[in-house]
Design a binder for this molecule. Structure first.
Ligand code: F6R
Length: 357
Protein backbone atom coordinates (compact mmCIF):
# COMPACT_ATOMS: atom_id res chain seq x y z
CA UNK A 1 0.00 0.00 0.00
CA UNK A 2 1.26 3.45 -0.78
CA UNK A 3 -0.37 4.97 2.34
CA UNK A 4 0.03 8.73 2.44
CA UNK A 5 2.37 8.78 -0.56
CA UNK A 6 1.02 10.20 -3.82
CA UNK A 7 2.99 7.59 -5.80
CA UNK A 8 4.65 4.25 -5.25
CA UNK A 9 7.82 5.58 -6.81
CA UNK A 10 8.26 8.21 -4.12
CA UNK A 11 7.49 5.68 -1.40
CA UNK A 12 10.00 3.25 -2.84
CA UNK A 13 12.71 5.93 -3.07
CA UNK A 14 12.07 6.72 0.60
CA UNK A 15 12.26 3.05 1.54
CA UNK A 16 15.89 2.74 0.45
CA UNK A 17 17.46 3.32 3.90
CA UNK A 18 15.18 0.63 5.29
CA UNK A 19 16.15 -1.72 2.46
CA UNK A 20 19.86 -1.16 3.20
CA UNK A 21 19.25 -2.05 6.85
CA UNK A 22 17.22 -5.08 5.85
CA UNK A 23 20.08 -6.31 3.65
CA UNK A 24 22.55 -5.84 6.51
CA UNK A 25 20.27 -7.87 8.77
CA UNK A 26 19.83 -10.73 6.31
CA UNK A 27 23.45 -10.99 5.28
CA UNK A 28 25.02 -11.17 8.73
CA UNK A 29 25.25 -14.02 11.19
CA UNK A 30 25.04 -13.85 15.00
CA UNK A 31 28.62 -12.65 15.43
CA UNK A 32 28.09 -9.81 13.01
CA UNK A 33 30.09 -11.34 10.15
CA UNK A 34 29.01 -11.76 6.54
CA UNK A 35 26.83 -14.75 5.85
CA UNK A 36 26.62 -16.21 2.35
CA UNK A 37 25.97 -19.75 1.11
CA UNK A 38 29.08 -21.93 0.95
CA UNK A 39 28.00 -23.01 -2.53
CA UNK A 40 28.03 -19.44 -3.80
CA UNK A 41 31.42 -18.78 -2.21
CA UNK A 42 32.77 -21.92 -3.86
CA UNK A 43 31.39 -20.93 -7.27
CA UNK A 44 32.91 -17.45 -6.96
CA UNK A 45 36.25 -18.99 -5.96
CA UNK A 46 36.21 -21.52 -8.82
CA UNK A 47 35.42 -19.16 -11.69
CA UNK A 48 37.99 -17.45 -13.88
CA UNK A 49 35.52 -14.91 -15.31
CA UNK A 50 32.08 -13.66 -14.36
CA UNK A 51 29.42 -12.78 -16.93
CA UNK A 52 26.73 -10.48 -15.60
CA UNK A 53 23.58 -10.56 -17.73
CA UNK A 54 20.64 -8.20 -17.23
CA UNK A 55 18.35 -5.57 -18.77
CA UNK A 56 17.59 -1.91 -18.10
CA UNK A 57 18.13 -0.74 -14.57
CA UNK A 58 19.42 -4.15 -13.51
CA UNK A 59 22.04 -3.90 -16.28
CA UNK A 60 23.03 -0.48 -14.94
CA UNK A 61 23.46 -2.01 -11.48
CA UNK A 62 25.56 -4.73 -13.11
CA UNK A 63 27.99 -2.12 -14.45
CA UNK A 64 28.58 -0.91 -10.90
CA UNK A 65 28.81 -4.55 -9.78
CA UNK A 66 31.59 -5.19 -12.28
CA UNK A 67 33.68 -2.46 -10.69
CA UNK A 68 32.99 -3.77 -7.21
CA UNK A 69 33.85 -7.38 -8.03
CA UNK A 70 36.96 -6.47 -10.02
CA UNK A 71 38.26 -4.02 -7.41
CA UNK A 72 37.43 -6.07 -4.34
CA UNK A 73 37.59 -9.72 -5.40
CA UNK A 74 40.00 -9.28 -8.34
CA UNK A 75 37.96 -11.50 -10.66
CA UNK A 76 37.42 -10.22 -14.22
CA UNK A 77 33.80 -9.40 -15.05
CA UNK A 78 31.94 -8.73 -18.28
CA UNK A 79 28.50 -7.11 -18.25
CA UNK A 80 26.05 -7.95 -21.03
CA UNK A 81 22.63 -6.77 -22.14
CA UNK A 82 20.56 -9.95 -22.15
CA UNK A 83 18.79 -9.32 -25.46
CA UNK A 84 22.16 -8.80 -27.18
CA UNK A 85 23.91 -11.73 -25.55
CA UNK A 86 21.61 -14.26 -27.20
CA UNK A 87 22.45 -13.00 -30.69
CA UNK A 88 26.07 -12.17 -30.10
CA UNK A 89 27.52 -14.52 -27.56
CA UNK A 90 31.02 -13.50 -26.49
CA UNK A 91 33.88 -15.94 -26.38
CA UNK A 92 33.52 -17.60 -22.98
CA UNK A 93 36.37 -18.32 -20.60
CA UNK A 94 37.21 -21.83 -19.41
CA UNK A 95 35.31 -21.58 -16.13
CA UNK A 96 32.61 -18.95 -16.56
CA UNK A 97 30.09 -18.09 -13.85
CA UNK A 98 26.91 -16.30 -14.89
CA UNK A 99 25.19 -13.76 -12.67
CA UNK A 100 21.64 -12.80 -13.65
CA UNK A 101 20.43 -9.60 -12.05
CA UNK A 102 16.65 -9.21 -12.17
CA UNK A 103 14.27 -7.44 -9.83
CA UNK A 104 11.28 -9.48 -11.01
CA UNK A 105 13.13 -12.67 -11.85
CA UNK A 106 10.75 -13.01 -14.81
CA UNK A 107 12.44 -11.04 -17.59
CA UNK A 108 12.21 -13.11 -20.77
CA UNK A 109 15.38 -11.70 -22.35
CA UNK A 110 17.42 -12.76 -19.34
CA UNK A 111 15.73 -16.13 -19.17
CA UNK A 112 16.63 -16.84 -22.80
CA UNK A 113 20.29 -16.44 -21.88
CA UNK A 114 19.91 -18.61 -18.81
CA UNK A 115 18.40 -21.39 -20.92
CA UNK A 116 21.21 -21.07 -23.48
CA UNK A 117 24.08 -21.15 -21.00
CA UNK A 118 22.56 -24.03 -19.05
CA UNK A 119 22.52 -26.04 -22.28
CA UNK A 120 26.25 -25.37 -22.48
CA UNK A 121 26.62 -26.75 -18.95
CA UNK A 122 27.48 -23.47 -17.19
CA UNK A 123 26.46 -22.41 -13.70
CA UNK A 124 24.31 -19.42 -12.82
CA UNK A 125 23.56 -17.26 -9.83
CA UNK A 126 20.42 -15.12 -9.84
CA UNK A 127 20.22 -11.92 -7.80
CA UNK A 128 16.52 -11.11 -7.48
CA UNK A 129 13.83 -9.50 -5.41
CA UNK A 130 11.47 -12.45 -5.97
CA UNK A 131 12.92 -15.67 -4.55
CA UNK A 132 10.39 -18.04 -6.15
CA UNK A 133 10.67 -16.43 -9.59
CA UNK A 134 11.57 -18.26 -12.79
CA UNK A 135 15.16 -16.99 -12.92
CA UNK A 136 15.64 -17.91 -9.29
CA UNK A 137 14.23 -21.43 -9.69
CA UNK A 138 16.16 -22.17 -12.84
CA UNK A 139 19.55 -20.92 -11.65
CA UNK A 140 21.93 -22.94 -9.46
CA UNK A 141 22.09 -20.28 -6.75
CA UNK A 142 20.03 -17.30 -5.63
CA UNK A 143 20.77 -14.16 -3.64
CA UNK A 144 17.76 -12.20 -2.43
CA UNK A 145 17.47 -8.44 -2.48
CA UNK A 146 15.10 -8.13 0.48
CA UNK A 147 13.80 -4.86 -0.98
CA UNK A 148 10.11 -5.67 -0.51
CA UNK A 149 7.67 -5.51 -3.44
CA UNK A 150 8.52 -2.87 -6.02
CA UNK A 151 5.30 -1.61 -7.58
CA UNK A 152 6.27 1.52 -9.54
CA UNK A 153 7.35 0.67 -13.06
CA UNK A 154 10.50 2.77 -12.64
CA UNK A 155 12.90 0.72 -10.56
CA UNK A 156 14.54 2.54 -7.64
CA UNK A 157 15.01 0.54 -4.46
CA UNK A 158 15.81 -2.62 -6.42
CA UNK A 159 18.75 -0.82 -8.07
CA UNK A 160 20.31 0.20 -4.76
CA UNK A 161 19.58 -3.23 -3.26
CA UNK A 162 21.27 -4.91 -6.23
CA UNK A 163 24.42 -2.83 -5.77
CA UNK A 164 24.47 -3.48 -2.02
CA UNK A 165 24.17 -7.24 -2.54
CA UNK A 166 26.84 -7.17 -5.25
CA UNK A 167 29.19 -5.41 -2.80
CA UNK A 168 28.53 -8.13 -0.22
CA UNK A 169 29.11 -10.83 -2.81
CA UNK A 170 32.38 -9.19 -3.86
CA UNK A 171 33.67 -9.03 -0.30
CA UNK A 172 32.71 -12.63 0.42
CA UNK A 173 34.51 -13.74 -2.74
CA UNK A 174 37.59 -11.72 -1.77
CA UNK A 175 37.69 -13.28 1.70
CA UNK A 176 37.30 -16.76 0.23
CA UNK A 177 40.51 -16.09 -1.68
CA UNK A 178 42.29 -14.78 1.40
CA UNK A 179 42.42 -11.19 0.12
CA UNK A 180 42.91 -8.74 3.02
CA UNK A 181 40.35 -5.93 3.02
CA UNK A 182 39.84 -2.83 5.09
CA UNK A 183 36.27 -2.56 3.81
CA UNK A 184 33.45 -3.95 5.94
CA UNK A 185 30.37 -3.80 3.72
CA UNK A 186 27.87 -4.23 6.55
CA UNK A 187 29.27 -1.30 8.50
CA UNK A 188 29.59 0.80 5.37
CA UNK A 189 26.01 0.03 4.28
CA UNK A 190 24.77 1.29 7.65
CA UNK A 191 26.50 4.60 6.90
CA UNK A 192 24.93 4.55 3.42
CA UNK A 193 21.46 4.07 4.95
CA UNK A 194 21.86 7.27 6.99
CA UNK A 195 23.30 9.11 4.00
CA UNK A 196 20.32 8.18 1.81
CA UNK A 197 18.01 9.36 4.57
CA UNK A 198 19.64 12.76 4.65
CA UNK A 199 19.03 13.04 0.88
CA UNK A 200 15.41 11.92 0.93
CA UNK A 201 14.95 14.63 3.58
CA UNK A 202 15.94 17.23 0.98
CA UNK A 203 13.01 16.79 -1.37
CA UNK A 204 12.40 20.53 -1.79
CA UNK A 205 15.92 20.96 -3.14
CA UNK A 206 15.47 18.10 -5.61
CA UNK A 207 12.09 19.49 -6.68
CA UNK A 208 13.62 22.92 -7.19
CA UNK A 209 16.43 21.47 -9.31
CA UNK A 210 13.89 19.52 -11.39
CA UNK A 211 11.84 22.64 -11.98
CA UNK A 212 14.77 24.86 -12.70
CA UNK A 213 16.51 22.53 -15.13
CA UNK A 214 13.88 20.21 -16.55
CA UNK A 215 10.44 21.83 -16.58
CA UNK A 216 10.64 23.16 -20.14
CA UNK A 217 13.37 21.15 -21.79
CA UNK A 218 13.10 18.51 -24.50
CA UNK A 219 16.44 16.93 -23.72
CA UNK A 220 18.98 16.58 -20.94
CA UNK A 221 22.45 15.20 -20.29
CA UNK A 222 23.89 13.41 -17.31
CA UNK A 223 27.65 13.33 -17.39
CA UNK A 224 30.21 11.58 -15.24
CA UNK A 225 33.41 9.58 -15.35
CA UNK A 226 34.32 6.16 -13.96
CA UNK A 227 31.58 4.82 -11.72
CA UNK A 228 29.72 8.15 -11.88
CA UNK A 229 29.18 7.50 -15.58
CA UNK A 230 27.33 4.27 -14.78
CA UNK A 231 25.09 6.14 -12.34
CA UNK A 232 24.47 8.73 -15.08
CA UNK A 233 23.16 5.93 -17.31
CA UNK A 234 20.68 5.05 -14.59
CA UNK A 235 19.76 8.69 -13.97
CA UNK A 236 19.02 9.22 -17.65
CA UNK A 237 16.98 6.01 -17.89
CA UNK A 238 14.86 7.13 -14.92
CA UNK A 239 14.25 10.54 -16.47
CA UNK A 240 13.43 9.13 -19.93
CA UNK A 241 10.99 6.50 -18.81
CA UNK A 242 8.83 8.64 -16.54
CA UNK A 243 9.14 12.21 -17.86
CA UNK A 244 9.61 11.41 -21.59
CA UNK A 245 12.46 13.91 -21.76
CA UNK A 246 15.11 12.64 -24.15
CA UNK A 247 18.05 12.09 -21.85
CA UNK A 248 21.52 10.76 -22.31
CA UNK A 249 23.96 9.45 -19.73
CA UNK A 250 27.37 10.21 -21.11
CA UNK A 251 31.04 9.72 -20.29
CA UNK A 252 32.41 13.23 -19.72
CA UNK A 253 35.56 12.80 -21.77
CA UNK A 254 33.72 11.34 -24.75
CA UNK A 255 31.51 14.42 -25.29
CA UNK A 256 34.12 16.22 -27.39
CA UNK A 257 34.17 13.31 -29.85
CA UNK A 258 30.86 14.34 -31.37
CA UNK A 259 28.02 14.62 -28.91
CA UNK A 260 28.99 18.06 -27.63
CA UNK A 261 27.45 19.30 -30.92
CA UNK A 262 24.06 18.83 -29.24
CA UNK A 263 24.80 21.32 -26.48
CA UNK A 264 23.13 24.65 -27.07
CA UNK A 265 21.86 27.56 -25.06
CA UNK A 266 19.95 26.24 -22.07
CA UNK A 267 20.61 22.49 -22.56
CA UNK A 268 20.49 21.00 -19.07
CA UNK A 269 23.66 19.11 -18.12
CA UNK A 270 23.71 17.42 -14.75
CA UNK A 271 27.20 16.30 -13.73
CA UNK A 272 28.13 13.81 -11.03
CA UNK A 273 31.41 14.00 -9.19
CA UNK A 274 31.97 11.53 -6.39
CA UNK A 275 35.47 10.26 -7.10
CA UNK A 276 38.55 12.29 -6.27
CA UNK A 277 40.61 10.88 -9.12
CA UNK A 278 38.20 12.12 -11.79
CA UNK A 279 36.94 15.29 -10.10
CA UNK A 280 39.22 17.64 -12.00
CA UNK A 281 38.44 16.14 -15.40
CA UNK A 282 34.67 16.10 -14.97
CA UNK A 283 34.77 19.71 -13.80
CA UNK A 284 36.70 20.46 -16.97
CA UNK A 285 33.84 18.90 -18.96
CA UNK A 286 31.33 21.02 -17.06
CA UNK A 287 33.27 24.15 -18.08
CA UNK A 288 33.33 22.98 -21.72
CA UNK A 289 29.56 22.61 -21.90
CA UNK A 290 28.89 25.75 -19.86
CA UNK A 291 30.99 27.69 -22.36
CA UNK A 292 28.57 26.47 -25.05
CA UNK A 293 25.53 27.69 -23.14
CA UNK A 294 24.57 24.59 -21.15
CA UNK A 295 22.61 25.03 -17.95
CA UNK A 296 24.92 23.07 -15.64
CA UNK A 297 24.17 21.47 -12.30
CA UNK A 298 26.90 19.71 -10.32
CA UNK A 299 26.12 17.00 -7.78
CA UNK A 300 29.21 16.15 -5.77
CA UNK A 301 30.28 14.35 -2.63
CA UNK A 302 31.65 16.10 0.41
CA UNK A 303 35.19 15.07 -0.68
CA UNK A 304 34.94 16.56 -4.16
CA UNK A 305 32.82 19.56 -3.23
CA UNK A 306 33.48 22.84 -4.97
CA UNK A 307 31.94 26.27 -4.84
CA UNK A 308 28.64 26.48 -6.70
CA UNK A 309 27.77 22.77 -6.52
CA UNK A 310 24.00 22.39 -6.41
CA UNK A 311 23.69 19.24 -4.32
CA UNK A 312 26.34 17.92 -1.91
CA UNK A 313 26.17 14.24 -1.08
CA UNK A 314 27.09 12.94 2.35
CA UNK A 315 30.35 11.03 2.54
CA UNK A 316 30.27 7.24 2.23
CA UNK A 317 32.93 4.68 1.34
CA UNK A 318 34.23 5.34 -2.17
CA UNK A 319 33.07 1.89 -3.33
CA UNK A 320 29.49 2.72 -2.40
CA UNK A 321 28.98 6.23 -3.78
CA UNK A 322 26.46 5.02 -6.44
CA UNK A 323 24.09 4.14 -3.61
CA UNK A 324 23.86 7.79 -2.62
CA UNK A 325 24.52 9.60 -5.90
CA UNK A 326 21.60 7.87 -7.60
CA UNK A 327 19.10 9.15 -5.03
CA UNK A 328 19.01 12.80 -6.18
CA UNK A 329 18.72 11.55 -9.76
CA UNK A 330 15.73 9.37 -8.83
CA UNK A 331 14.08 12.29 -7.05
CA UNK A 332 14.85 14.77 -9.81
CA UNK A 333 13.30 12.37 -12.36
CA UNK A 334 10.27 11.96 -10.12
CA UNK A 335 9.66 15.69 -9.75
CA UNK A 336 10.37 16.38 -13.41
CA UNK A 337 7.67 13.84 -14.36
CA UNK A 338 5.28 15.18 -11.74
CA UNK A 339 5.57 18.76 -12.98
CA UNK A 340 5.08 17.65 -16.55
CA UNK A 341 1.87 15.87 -15.55
CA UNK A 342 3.12 12.42 -16.43
CA UNK A 343 1.74 9.23 -14.94
CA UNK A 344 4.71 8.57 -12.65
CA UNK A 345 3.91 5.03 -11.55
CA UNK A 346 2.65 3.81 -14.92
CA UNK A 347 4.58 5.42 -17.73
CA UNK A 348 3.34 4.94 -21.27
CA UNK A 349 4.47 1.91 -23.29
CA UNK A 350 6.01 0.17 -20.27
CA UNK A 351 5.18 -2.83 -18.12
CA UNK A 352 6.66 -3.71 -14.75
CA UNK A 353 7.97 -7.02 -15.86
CA UNK A 354 8.85 -7.71 -19.45
CA UNK A 355 7.92 -11.30 -20.18
CA UNK A 356 8.37 -11.20 -23.95
CA UNK A 357 11.66 -11.29 -25.83
C1 F6R B 1 13.65 0.68 -15.38
C2 F6R B 1 13.15 -0.68 -15.29
C3 F6R B 1 13.54 -1.67 -16.32
C4 F6R B 1 13.93 -2.99 -15.66
C5 F6R B 1 14.21 -4.07 -16.71
C6 F6R B 1 14.70 -5.35 -16.07
O1 F6R B 1 13.22 1.46 -14.32
O2 F6R B 1 12.43 -1.00 -14.38
O3 F6R B 1 14.60 -1.19 -17.09
O4 F6R B 1 15.06 -2.76 -14.86
O5 F6R B 1 13.06 -4.31 -17.45
O6 F6R B 1 13.76 -5.87 -15.18
P1 F6R B 1 14.16 -6.95 -14.13
O7 F6R B 1 15.14 -6.35 -13.18
O8 F6R B 1 12.87 -7.32 -13.44
O9 F6R B 1 14.76 -8.10 -14.89
Amino acid sequence: EKGTYPHYMLKEIDEQPFVMRNIIKHYQNEDGNLKLDDDIREAMKETDRIYIVACGTSYNAGLVGKQLIENIAKVPVEVHIASEFVYNMPLLSEKPLFIFISQSGETADSRAVLVAIKKLGHKALTITNVPGSTLSREANYTLNLYAGPEIAVASTKAYTAQIAVLAILAVDAARAQGIELDFNPLQELAIVANAIESLTDQKETMERVAQEYLSETRNAFFIGRAVDYFVCLEGSLKLKEISYIQAEGFAGGELKHGTIALIEDGTPVIALSTQEHVDLSIRGNVKEVAARGANTCVISTEVTKDEGDRIVLPEVHEYLTPLVSVVPLQLIAYYAALHRDCDVDKPRNLAKSVTVE
